[in-house]
Design a protein around this ligand. Structure first.
Ligand SMILES: *Cc1c(COP(=O)(O)O)cnc(C)c1O
Length: 420
């Protein structure tokens, strides 16, 4: 599924509907917003020369069975590895279009595989790259279900996991063992938003022949391009900003040429497939990701700056704020901010946090994030961490800032703080 453009043969050059495609020039110099608009719209997926014209969006091709002209055709296509109709599990042009668009967003990527959720993508990547006896370095601020997979299935398989301080930077070298095969990163971290020194870690990993995998859900490739920073496998929960409308679940892994065949083989063996309908929904989300992300970031910063002025607030955990411990590295490496961050309520108990959250009317109480609507959840990292204790006793709140007018959100938060 979804190798980068130019890797498949075909007669698309003879088709009329033309979308700029990088194989036409040596280097793809289109900017990210342009790629989001054009991604996956290959002529052979959006037009049929017999019908004339071309459709803007790749149509939803639903399929389990693919019919062949004859046995020779069936045998020939059995050897194709991607981007050819073979059997529904291998995808249809709708699915390939999404994978292709995501591959475009990571310069240097060989391809993208899609999974039924972000968790499925993370688990599949870890399974593909680790074997019994291997050692994994996992960031302590990883998304909790990622830890659950390491402590559960990976441990059962005989893979050892060491959790490391998200701020370890080049100190990662001291944690590497002879069996270390993979370093997993997530930046900013789940719940606590520590920014990792990704270039320092990938430089050491490359020098030692260790692979790196990054959960890039917070930033998406719009705000942080993983592969150019030395990452081998970039993971995203497309459920969040890419889907963007709180109505579809999916995950992706985008990888270098060296790693991609291993992910593909594992995906084949695990049988993970995504539906063309869901793929079309995520593709629709991608088209507006650039404008939504800009607004999520801007609204989030407006709310974060306001919270930072409030006496009821202890700390605002937002790397785009100059006072944040991760601000310097974030400024160096990221192209902008998304709308997800946290803050603590100063010297109050859990009941006060509950009163605060229950008072809000513009924020839904719910998991996930990255949708157009604002969400709030209480979070308790102290219960999860194992490498470095989360020492802040003040109760933590996580906000996903949506596309509402931030003045309304701020007024709502002000009512919430008054209820403390
Ligand atoms: C939500 C999330 C995931 C998992 O994605 P799902 O699509 O919900 O399975 C993985 N990583 C991070 C950082 C997340 O926030």
């Amino acid at each position: 599924m979804g190798r980068r453009r130019g890797d498949t043969e075909g007669d698309r050059r003879s088709l009329t509907h033309k979308v700029a495609s990088p194989e036409d020039s040596e280097k793809d110099d289109r900017r990210p917003a342009t790629k989001l608009v054009q991604g996956g719209r290959r002529p052979e997926w959006t037009s049929d020369p017999r019908l004339g014209g071309g459709i803007v969006n790749p149509p939803v091709w639903r399929a389990s069975t693919i019919l062949y002209d004859n046995i020779a055709d069936l045998k020939a296509r059995g050897h194709a590895t991607h981007d050819q109709l073979y059997y529904g599990r291998r995808g249809t042009p709708t699915v390939w279009a999404l994978a292709d668009a995501l591959t475009d967003m990571e310069p240097g990527a060989e391809g993208t595989l899609l999974y039924p959720s972000g968790v499925a993508a993370n688990s599949a990547g870890l399974l593909a790259l680790l074997s019994p006896g291997d050692h994994l370095l996992m960031v302590d601020s990883a998304y909790e279900p990622t830890r659950a997979f390491c402590n559960g299935m990976l441990a059962r398989m005989g893979v050892r996991t060491t959790y490391y301080d998200p701020l370890v930077g080049a100190g990662i070298a001291d944690l590497i063992e002879p069996e270390t095969k993979l370093i997993f990163l997530e930046s900013p971290g789940s719940l606590t938003f520590e920014v990792q020194d990704i270039p320092a870690i990938t430089a050491i990993a490359r020098a030692r022949g260790i692979l790196t995998m990054l959960d890039n859900t917070w930033a998406t490739p719009l705000l942080f391009q993983a592969l150019p920073h030395g990452i081998d496998v970039a993971m995203m929960s497309l459920t969040k900003y890419a889907g963007g409308h709180s109505d579809v679940m999916m995950g992706s892994l985008t990888a270098t040429r060296a790693v991609w065949p291993r992910l593909r083989q594992a995906a084949y063996q695990l049988g993970q497939a995504v539906s063309p309908d869901d793929s079309a929904m995520v593709l629709r989300g991608l088209r507006t990701l650039d404008v939504r992300m800009a607004r999520h970031g801007e609204n989030g910063l407006a709310v974060a700056r306001w919270l930072a002025t409030r006496p009821e607030v202890g700390r605002v955990l937002h790397p785009a704020l100059p006072g944040d411990p991760g601000h310097a590295i974030w400024s160096r490496d990221f192209q902008g901010t998304s709308g997800l961050f946290g803050f603590t309520l100063k010297a109050v108990d859990e009941a006060a946090r509950t009163r605060f959250i229950d008072t809000l009317t513009h924020f839904g109480i719910g998991f996930s994030w990255g949708g157009y609507e604002s969400l709030v959840v209480p979070s308790d990292p102290a219960k999860i961490r194992s490498a470095v204790a989360w020492a802040d006793p003040d109760p933590l709140v996580r906000l996903s800032i949506g596309l509402e007018d931030p003045a309304d959100l701020i007024a709502d938060l002000e009512r919430g703080l008054a209820a403390l």
